[in-house]
Write a protein that binds this ligand. Structure first.
Ligand SMILES: [Zn+2]
Length: 159
């Protein structure tokens, strides 16, 4: 007797979700992004096209949370000189109910030139994890990613 293992060649197109926002998250744009706010707005509009909604937008914020920490019910977006890789998103999630309490996106100077990277990070800020499909927005390697967005529509967002 021989065991036969079949491996599916068709990958599951669903995107893992780390958590979800129950209320619309506010966007807090740190003052160190001075002059680059429009890039955040462009990424925000991309997600709005898919049905997502955000709360208030605060620009020019210069509180301590721009260097670390969180603001409840908000996604803080800051420029960091010590970010690992292009950008990093940090999340505070209630482990019991998966509700996102707060998020902080740290962009590098380099990522500011990459509109798709900012849009990807905002996807993390909304709770999405990585896609295993190349050319997808949530593919983890920037160079092999793209603008594919299947699995990300607001209808598919568990909330
Ligand atoms: Zn990522």
């Amino acid at each position: 007797m021989m065991d036969i293992f079949l491996q599916s060649l068709i990958s599951d197109a669903s995107i893992p979700q780390n958590g979800y926002w129950r209320e619309r998250p506010a966007l807090v744009i740190c003052s160190n992004l001075n002059g680059k706010e429009e890039k955040i707005h462009t990424a925000k509009r991309w997600w709005e096209e898919l049905g997502y909604r955000f709360g208030e937008i605060h620009t020019g914020y210069s509180g301590a949370e721009c260097s670390g920490g969180y603001i409840q019910a908000s996604i803080v977006i800051t420029l960091s000189s010590h970010t690992y890789g292009l950008a990093q998103t940090f999340m505070q999630i209630n482990t019991k109910n998966k509700q996102i309490q707060a998020a902080r996106i740290e962009l590098s100077q380099r990522s500011l030139q990459k509109h798709r990277c900012i849009t990807h990070e905002l996807g993390h800020g909304l709770g999405w994890s990585h896609s295993s499909e190349e050319m997808h927005l949530m593919y983890p390697i920037y160079e092999l990613g793209g603008w594919e967005y299947f699995g990300l529509s607001f209808d598919q967002y568990k909330h």
